[in-house]
Structures are given as C-alpha cells and as structure tokens.
Design a protein around this ligand. Structure first.
Ligand code: G1P
Length: 293
C-alpha cells in the first residue's frame, strides 16, 4: 500500500476577475491580511504530512517561485535591524521540496493536472487548488489522506455551497453512504447551474487521486476539447472504479473571486492579532450605520 507523499497545487489561471490587480501579478499572490492566498494552501499540504509539492503555474507567475524561496538579502537586512519576529515570519514561507512547472496556455484544470504526470509517477497524490483555502481546524487534505489510507480509492471533497453557487463549480450527485460524511458518486458535472442540479453539493478544491486519472485526462485530450475539465476525467474514472466524495463542513473561502477574497480578509482579519480588535470595532460601527440606512 502506497502512502501519499506528493501534492500538486494548481495556480495557472489568469485571474481575469481580479484585473487590473492581476495584470502583472498572480491572483494566488493576493494577500489575505498579510499572507498570500497560495501560502495557506502550501501550509495545509505541509501540515498534512506532504513531502513534495509541484506547483503548476503559468505566465506572470514567477513571484510564486520567489515567494517560497529564501530571500537572503531581506534576511540580512532584518538581522541587522534586529527584527527577529519578522525573520520568523519570513522563514515560514521558505519551503524546500517545491517544484515548479508552467502551463503554457490556460487550457483548463484537467490540462494543468496533466503537467503533473511525470512528477506523480506511480503514486497516489493530492490536488489542491491554489485559490481555495480551508484555513482552520484539521487540514482537509489530511482528512482526505486518512480516508485514502482506509478506502484505497480516489476521493474528492465537496460541500454544501448553496444552489446558486453551482453555476461556478463542479457538482456532485451522491449515491449511497460509505462512512461518516463519505458517499459514493453517481455523477459529477462541471458548472451545470442550479436548474439541472439535484442538490447543492459543490466540488471544492481538494482531491486525492491515483495515476489512473491520467489516461482519463489523455482521453479527453483526444476529444480535442478546448478546456479539459478534471471533473469530466473523474466522471470517466468513476465508471471504472469507485471514486468517493467527502462532505467537508468546516471553514472555506474561495479566494478565486472578488467577493470570496473580501470575505476571507474580513474573517481572517477578525482572527489576526494585529487587526482583530480595530476591525471588529469598525464592523460594529459599520453595521449600526447600515441598519440606519
Ligand atoms: C474548479 C473546478 C470545479 C471546482 C472549483 C472549486 O473550477 O473545475 O469543479 O468546483 O474549482 O473552486 P474553477 O474555480 O477553477 O473555475
């Protein structure tokens, strides 16, 4: 039985929703209070016991590589200034064993994952989407890895997202209970919209996969679709072997759109030691004002 040691983090999307901020900078580097979105994702992978990470990025994304590398110049400067706290903060994003590969053109999540084929080899692995964060509690990735140890089959994460959200996400139609919050899958669909969905379970950005997903992705390529969807490959895989769906019930922020990033900043700003108190006071005042309007 092979243990999961590798993670693939996708960060190739152009981030058009955030223009002009993302004209020259990756959307995954936008901050939540003081930390780039993708650092939350890398931290979740490491906290789950992942040993090697491949980040799939694209054009204008080289700052992601720089961010997880040491910055010796800045270290020296902070040492001279005796800024030991800031030095510790800096060290949190020095992550060895991160590899980088670029997707030349944004051809969809499925195409991005195909870039991980040789990195993955013949091992099971996790996929984390670089703009989806689950910041508190037991890391969702760890939960999925533990479930994989037990069930030895691919598992995707889903949660109740609200029916109107399904136009922007993958959708899961579950069948049968396989454990606590764990279900079989009848079908998965990509962004079908609320009119067709039979429930409000949306796919969120964490998956445990085996290399069996790659032939399915290649088969989609052969169909010459412009955007290869991971969801379509999972649907094909589930026809041959059982793929399970785990219902996550914790905190999650889709920092891949404006509203999600704003909410994440408010929620985590209310927990950050420097901003919690003034932000809470500001929000109380603001809500009084909004009630009066
Ligand atoms: C991707 C997946 C989708 C999933 C979503 C989660 O879509 O294709 O199935 O529900 O991430 O955030 P994207 O947000 O990249 O359009």
């Amino acid at each position: 039985m092979k243990k999961i040691k590798k993670a693939v983090i996708t960060a190739a999307d152009f981030g058009i929703d955030f223009l002009p901020a993302t004209k020259a900078m990756p959307k995954e580097m936008l901050p939540i209070v003081d930390k780039p979105v993708i650092q939350f994702v890398v931290e979740e992978a490491i906290a789950s016991g992942i040993e090697e990470i491949l980040i799939i990025s694209g054009k204008n994304k080289s700052s992601i590589g720089n961010h997880f590398d040491r910055n010796v110049f800045l270290e020296k400067l902070l040492m001279e200034k005796n800024e030991s706290e800031k030095l510790a903060v800096l060290a949190e994003s020095d992550v060895p064993n991160i590899y980088h590969i670029r997707q030349a053109y944004p051809n969809g999540l499925g195409d991005a994952i195909l870039h991980a084929e040789s990195f993955v080899g013949d091992e099971p692995f996790v996929i984390l989407l670089g703009d989806d964060i689950m910041p508190n509690g037991k890391p969702l990735t760890k939960t999925l890895m533990d479930l994989y140890d037990k069930h030895q089959t691919p598992i995707i994460a889903m949660m109740k997202t609200g029916i109107e959200e399904l136009a922007h996400s993958g959708v899961v139609e579950v069948v049968g209970v396989r454990g606590e919050n764990l279900f079989g899958i009848r079908h998965v669909f990509e962004k079908i919209g609320s009119s067709v969905a039979t429930n409000d379970l949306g796919i969120i950005g964490r998956y445990v996969m085996t290399p069996d997903i790659f032939p399915k992705l290649h088969a989609l390529s052969a169909d010459a679709k412009p955007h290869l969807q991971l969801t379509d490959a999972i649907e094909a895989l589930n026809r041959e072997q059982e793929v399970l769906a785990y219902e996550y019930q914790g905190e999650r922020h889709d920092a891949g759109d404006k509203y999600g990033l704003l909410i994440a900043n408010i929620e985590l700003g209310l927990k950050h030691k420097e901003t919690a108190q003034p932000l809470a006071e500001y929000l109380k005042e603001l809500s009084k004002q909004l009630k009066r309007e």
